[in-house]
Each structure stands twice: as C-alpha cells, then as structure tokens.
Design a protein around this ligand. Structure first.
Ligand code: HEM
Length: 522
C-alpha cells in the first residue's frame, strides 16, 4: 500500500513538474534547455555561476527569434531579444507593462516596499513625477559642486602617498568614494569613508549591497518559490540593523531641518516640499468635500503618496543602495579599461588637459561638452552594463502579434514576467561588431547615429528608465576628470587580464577585484 501511494505521489509530482515546465512550449514559444536551466538556477543560488551566463545561454540557444522562454526556478520568464519588440513593450505599450515583478514581501521590510523601483501603477507615476525634479539638468548643476569637492578630496587622499605607483583595489576605494558622495548629495551629510574607514554609514551601506552571501540569495529564492510562506514568515533581506540605521538617519535629518527651518534643494528637500504641499491639498480637499461635495476632483490627485518619514527614507534608501553599487562598479570597470587600453587613456588625458590649461576648476558645461569622455563612458556602459538585465510584468493581458514566418500570436496573461537582457544585447555582434573590444569610437557622432535603436540600454528604457542616470553619468565623468588630471592608471602585477567576472554577485563585478596602479603625472 505504502509503495503504491509513494508511486502515485511521485507520479503526481512529476506530472506537476513537467506540466509547469511546458508553459512556453504550450504557447509555441522556443525555450532554453530545461535541464540546463534548472542546473543554472541551482548554481546561481550556490554562487558557482552568474545570472548573466544563464541568460546568455538562453539568448544564444535560438537564433533569429524575437523572444525565448526561460524559467527562473518556478517562474516562466519571456526573454525579449529584438530591439523593436523591446520598444513595443517598454515604450509603445507601457500601460500594459508598467511594473517590475515583486522580489520581496510587502510586509517584511517597510523601507524597501515603498521605494520608486517597486512602487506600482498610479502610485509609482505620482512618486516618479514628485522625485523627477531632483534630477533635472538644473539640479545636476547644483550637485556638480558637491561632486567636484568629493572628487578633489578623493584625489588629494592619494596625492599624499609617497609611492611611485600606488596599487589599489578600485572597487573598494570607489565604493568608499560613492558612499561619501551619496551621503553628501542626498542628505547633506559629510562622510569621509577613505579616512574614516569604519564609519557607520559606509558599513551599513556596504552591508546593504552585499549580494554574495548564501543567506541573501536564499531569501530571494524563497520569495520566488514560496512567496506566501515567505510573506507569512516576514523573512528579511537586509536585516533590522541596516534598515533602522537608514530610517533613523533620515528621520534625524528631517527633524533637524524642520527645527532649524532649513530648506535644501537636494532630494530630501524636494520630498519634504512635496509633503508640505500634500498636507495643504488634503486640507483644501476636505474643505471642498464637506462644503461643496465636489465630485470632479481628479481621482489620481487623490492618491496620497507615502511621504511620512519612513516613506521618504524608502526613496533615499533605494537611491543610496542603487548608487553605491552601480556608480562604483561602473567606475571600477572604466578604470580597468583605461589601464589596459593606454591609447584610449592618452586620448582622454589630452582632452582633459585642454580644459585644465584654460581653467583651474572644470565647469559643469565643460564636462558635459567633453566628446571623447562621453564616448569612453558610453562604451564602458556598453561593454559592462552594471545591471545585466531589467524586467517588466504584464499589468494587463497583451498579445504580441506575429511578425516573422513561423511565428504565432503570443498571448501573455496578466502578471507574466518579461526580461530585457541588457548584457546579452550589448554583446550581440548583430548590434555591436566585435563586442569584446573596448572601442569608444562606436559612440562617435556618426557611428552612434548608425546604431540600431534600442540596442544600447545601460539605464533601461521607456518611462521606467533609470531616474539617476544623469547623476550617475556626471559623477563618473567628474571623478575620472580629476583622477586623470593627476594620475596615469597603469596595470600592475595583480591586474587580472582579461578580467574574469565573479560568479557570486547579482550585478557584474571582477572575480579577483579590480587591481590597478596610480602613477603620478609629472
Ligand atoms: C551607472 C549607474 C547606473 C546604472 C547602470 C543604472 C541602471 C538602471 C537600470 C537598468 C534600471 C532599470 C530601468 C528599466 O527597467 O527600464 C534602473 C532603475 C532605477 N535606478 Fe538606476 N542605474 C544607475 C545609477 C542610479 C543612481 C545613481 C540612482 C539614484 C540616484 C538610481 C536609481 C534608480 C531608480 C530609483 C530606478 C527605478 C526607476 C523607476 O522604476 O521609476 N540609479 N537603473
């Protein structure tokens, strides 16, 4: 009896398993090899493979198709390969694909669940339009001084060293630089993580972005596999000490600014201004509603954004962890590429020196007008897009109409996962010839015009495009400007050539660090 019921159980499980993993084939979508995908998922969890390898394998498996089916554990994901289709999904039909998928519970960590990246629908729209003014070019002009000061302090720190060539692991020093910059530009805090190596802001920030631990990965997988149980158990990703540190630091700064009537034009300042306006509008609306019963008051205006201290802390938290990892990683790859491509570095130094001859301190306009700098930074983000992929979920059912012979109409139900494989597209020779070559000339005016539209997506695409892209690009350029004004970056014994990517992190980074030497210019 026991044997029969065990067989029956096994049969049912096998049936459910097979039935689950034919989600895409039932829709007549070509998919990756199931056995390989399951092994890949497990290896990603154990830290013996990077997500980009799994995506690349699925991407390469079927040529001349616009999309391929993949499974992230139990979740079917449609990997979109064709730039035109990416536009159709992320831009033209944005209303049907507005949101990102949930990666965590709505109840476990409040500071996470209110941020712009995870907000959905109308609430996301309203928060995005509230925060966007913090990232306009006029705001960037005022951030520019903060970036200049932080970059100068960074360079000064190394100019004090006596060695002829200073060997550095750049990811470490650049993460320290980025945390100081973000503390300064979002909250007005002065933090020097190069001198004060154990400061709390840096320690908590690095803990928040550390994705290499098995515990962190397991939490994410548990949320993917059994979200209801994970929700019930309120399993935390970041940990109480990290989230309350950020919540408290924001609450203390708000209290200080309100008591001292300080009105700054940084991100915190804008959110506080929106909070004041929301409060005023609420009072006026209540008055209207009781006196006139105004039925026409626009519904979307009535959405209250969470601009309590924790709601504001949530936005600043995503800016902080979004920036620490992305800016420091992108700068680390760039410094490495300059070390191993001396011709590119020489040309960039020439452009920098032309500005230094005329001015003591570079102006915002001059940095923005540097053509070669723009080309080098863009090529770095092409070859090394920090976020290897981005995602969308269908917020309304959508049908992708057939376009090529052999294609069928593909009906996607609500809540289907879509993946935009940024790294794979940037390394597809169909769009970027000789993709492993670091070649800034791809981004010269003429070549850029020839690039296939939507085949270069380091900051994503459409209305959910990265809100911090202007900030990130400026911060990268300003630091490189100051660094190359005083130092030449050279390979050292520990420089890993070619670079090997770490298997044990979510975003891309080097397996054995980014070691280079800084050699003082004469
Ligand atoms: C080199 C640096 C950076 C890269 C490569 C990068 C990349 C990205 C990508 C690919 C997305 C997804 C976009 C999409 O799905 O279409 C994104 C979203 C986002 N990024 Fe960045 N990012 C960078 C820096 C920053 C910085 C400095 C901040 C904050 C100041 C930031 C804040 C955000 C936020 C809040 C979102 C979500 C936007 C929304 O859903 O409305 N990022 N980023």
């Amino acid at each position: 009896m026991f044997l029969v019921s065990s067989f029956l159980m096994l049969f049912i499980l096998l049936y459910l398993f097979m039935n689950h993993y034919n989600f895409w084939s039932k829709k007549r979508v070509k998919e990756g090899d199931i056995k390989t995908m399951l092994t890949d998922n497990l290896q990603i969890l154990l830290g013996s493979q990077h997500l980009s390898v799994m995506i690349q394998r699925v991407y390469d498996q079927h040529h001349d198709v616009r999309y391929v089916g993949m499974y992230q554990f139990l979740r079917p994901v449609l990997v979109v390969k064709c730039p035109d289709l990416i536009k159709e999904i992320c831009v033209k039909n944005f209303d049907n694909f507005q949101d990102h998928k949930n990666v965590l519970s709505e109840t476990a960590e409040e500071i996470w669940f209110k941020n712009l990246l995870v907000l959905k629908g109308e609430t996301w729209k309203k928060m995005r339009s509230t925060i966007s003014p913090s990232f306009t070019s006029s705001k960037m002009r005022s951030m520019f001084n903060i970036m200049n000061n932080n970059s100068e302090a960074f360079v000064e720190h190394f100019l004090k060293k006596k060695e002829e060539i200073i060997t550095l692991e750049m990811k470490d020093v650049l993460t320290r630089y980025t945390t100081s910059l973000i503390a300064n530009s979002t909250l007005g805090l002065k933090v020097d993580s190069l001198e004060d190596r154990e400061n709390e802001y840096y320690k908590m920030g690095s803990e928040a972005i550390d994705s290499s631990s098995l515990r962190r990965k397991s939490v994410l997988v548990v949320y993917q596999l059994i979200p209801t149980i994970a929700d019930f158990l309120r399993i935390q990703l970041f940990g109480e000490h990290v989230t309350s540190f950020f919540a408290n630091i924001v609450a203390d700064t708000i209290k200080f600014r309100e008591e001292q009537c300080i009105e700054n034009s940084d991100v915190l300042g804008l959110l506080l201004e929106a909070r004041k306006k929301q409060h005023c509008k609420k009072q006026t609306t209540e008055y209207k509603e009781t006196k006139y019963k105004d039925e026409n008051f626009s519904k979307s205006n009535c959405i209250d954004l969470d601009l309590t201290d924790i709601g504001i802390a949530s936005q600043l938290f995503i800016f902080a962890i979004g920036s620490f990892e992305t800016i420091s990683t992108s700068l680390s790859f760039l410094v490495y590429e300059l070390a191993v491509n001396p011709d590119v570095q020489d040309k960039l130094i020439e452009e920098i020196d032309e500005i230094n001859i005329c001015e003591n301190v570079p102006s915002y306009e001059k940095i923005l007008k540097m053509e070669y700098m723009e080309m080098v930074v863009s090529e770095n983000l092409r070859k090394w897009p920090v976020n290897v992929a981005t995602d969308r979920v269908t917020t309304k059912p959508h049908t992708i109409a057939p376009k090529h012979p052999g294609e069928f109409a593909l009906h996607l139900e609500e809540n289907t996962s879509i993946m935009i494989p940024i790294f794979a597209i940037h390394h597809d020779p169909k769009y970027h010839k000789n993709p492993e070559k670091f070649d800034p000339e791809r981004f010269s005016g003429e070549n850029r015009r020839k690039m296939v539209p939507y085949s270069y997506l380091p900051f994503g695409i459409g209305p959910r495009f990265c809100i911090g892209s202007r900030f990130a690009l400026l911060a990268i350029k300003v630091l490189i400007f100051h660094l190359l004004s005083h130092f030449v970056i050279v390979p050292v014994e520990k420089t890993q050539i070619p670079i090997r990517l770490s298997k044990n992190s979510f975003s891309i980074t080097a397996e054995d660090g980014f070691f280079v030497g800084l050699k003082r210019r004469n």
